[in-house]
Design a binder for this molecule. Structure first.
Ligand code: SAM
Length: 243
């Protein structure tokens, strides 16, 4: 569970209503059970439940400092995906959280099959943010990835990382996967990769991003669905830096 206070003493009280409900009501934990808490310093603590106070809706725990290795990727990865149907973007949010993304951006592009009206954006982002939180808990992540919406592909430049890529199947046809390998060999501290919709990026979108210093890279000879390509990318990064 992500707790928004730094744990200073051995006894830590969980008073956040949602976490209380999950621990006491959904999972029906009891005194003596062990749960895991992550604080703002991204440290994971093992905590033994001392008392569940149903009146105060509080849980007292006894925490021991963690020596668990971090579960965060050594490079801060942003994946930027074209808007798609609700179930697909929810899937992308959940799976890319499991695979270690730090920021998940959805953007509107020329061939996006969905558009969000301005009055629904806040609610939709909040729902995706909740999915990211749940997935982060289940994966024992140290941070909850941030979900962002940008309504113009051009605004992606505001989120640029040290190295910026665009997954472009035309580059894949030209055998440019080695460009991705070369880029990863440079061990950037942060990396952003943009993925197009089912219909792909339009050539002028690719030109725009190329001019903004986004390097077009192929992800192998097979064309993947829009939701598969970011998972391939995150898996390659994990293989490169973690295995
Ligand atoms: N319009 C394309 C076509 O029919 O050939 C397919 C687009 S693909 C379904 C959706 C997105 O996934 C692309 O815009 C790209 O970002 C990414 N993608 C899928 N396979 C890829 C590959 N082999 N190399 C690079 N990017 C890929």
């Amino acid at each position: 569970y992500f707790v928004n206070k730094v744990i200073e003493k051995n006894n830590f009280i969980i008073d956040d209503p949602e976490t209380y409900r999950h621990v006491a009501k959904v999972l029906r934990h009891k005194k003596g059970d062990v749960i895991y808490l992550v604080d703002e310093t991204e440290t994971l603590f093992e905590a033994t439940i001392e008392k569940i106070d149903a009146d105060e809706r509080q849980i007292s725990t006894n925490v021991s400092k963690s020596t668990f290795p971090s579960t965060e990727l050594p490079v801060a990865v942003t994946i930027a995906c074209s808007l798609s149907k609700k179930d697909k973007i929810e899937w992308i949010t959940q799976k890319s959280t499991e695979l270690g993304a730090k920021t998940i951006i959805f953007f509107d592009s020329k061939y996006s099959i969905m558009n969000w009206k301005s009055n629904v954006i806040e609610k939709k982002v909040a729902r995706l943010q909740e999915i990211a939180k749940n997935a982060a808990q289940q994966s024992k992540r140290r941070i909850i990835p941030k979900v962002v919406y940008v309504n113009k592909l051009k605004d992606l430049v505001n989120y640029k990382a040290e190295t910026n890529l665009i997954a472009y199947e035309e580059s894949a046809k030209q055998g440019e996967i080695s460009l991705l390998a070369q880029t990863l060999n440079q061990e950037p501290k942060s990396l952003l990769c943009a993925f197009g919709p089912e219909g792909g990026f339009s050539p002028d979108e690719v030109d725009y991003l190329n001019q903004a210093d986004f390097l077009s890279v192929g992800l192998g000879p097979r064309i993947m669905r829009a939701e598969t390509a970011p998972m391939y990318f995150l898996s390659v990064i994990s293989y490169k830096y973690e295995l």
